[in-house]
Design a protein around this ligand. Structure first.
Ligand code: SAM
Length: 203
């Protein structure tokens, strides 16, 4: 798995997805339950922590499930320690609000995800191709970006069918910029650059 799957990721990668997430969350009617989001190939954590930043900035309670098949990537994600040069791209305001700065003398300069942000994200190991995987939760948003490119067409279709079953009606699925596999799927209609709206009856 390590050899096959590149871990390339970054904070607010494909920024338009996070702009759309911000807009949708702002437009959601107030409700008693937290917004639920799944980052299903979360790599080293930048994607789910970016989503957590959005939810905190909008002032919305959120629960984020972040999964990946690769244990080493998940371990790094759980640690939540990032090189300064990667974190600095977030800008001063976000860096101050969501990170602690660690100095050279404390083990090397780095940015550490703050406890409040970390508490919003639950990390679990999950292989999206596992035939025994059963949907048990419902999500308002699913980020499944830059992972389906590794699957064949049948694998992509099986995963989309499963995602359709866990995304709430009118929820959003975000794919990577080079992934258009949801086009033509009966449960998804395009909605913006790389997002798809979960439509139709529950599959
Ligand atoms: C290129 S990264 C994408 C990270 C993030 N979603 C993004 O777009 O920035 C691909 C991730 O998919 C994970 N991956 C590959 N195959 C997988 C599978 N079958 N199940 C779950 N995760 C998988 C890899 O471990 C890697 O962390």
């Amino acid at each position: 798995m390590n050899a096959l799957a590149t871990r390339v990721t970054g904070f607010f990668r494909e920024e338009h997805d996070f702009a759309q997430l911000t807009e949708r969350v702002r437009a959601m009617p107030r409700r008693a339950t937290p917004v639920k989001l799944w980052s299903c190939a979360c790599s080293t954590g930048e994607e789910p922590y970016s989503a957590a930043m959005v939810l905190r900035e909008v002032g919305c309670a959120g629960e984020i499930l972040a999964t990946d098949a690769e244990p080493e990537a998940l371990a790094a994600a759980r640690r939540g320690i990032y090189a300064l040069e990667a974190a600095e791209k977030l800008g001063e305001e976000r860096l101050r609000r969501h990170f602690f700065m660690r100095g050279e003398r404390e083990g090397g300069a780095a940015a550490l995800v703050r406890t409040e942000l970390r508490a919003m994200v639950r990390f679990e190991q999950r292989n999206l191709l596992d035939p025994d995987w059963r949907p048990v939760e419902r999500f308002d948003f699913v980020f499944c970006r830059n992972v389906m490119i590794y699957f064949d067409r049948a694998g992509q279709r099986r995963l989309l069918d499963r995602l359709a079953a866990v995304i709430a009606p009118d929820g959003l699925l975000f794919l990577g910029h080079a992934e258009a596999s949801a086009l033509g799927h009966p449960s998804f209609v395009p909605c913006g650059k790389t997002a798809y709206l979960r439509c139709g009856p529950d599959p």
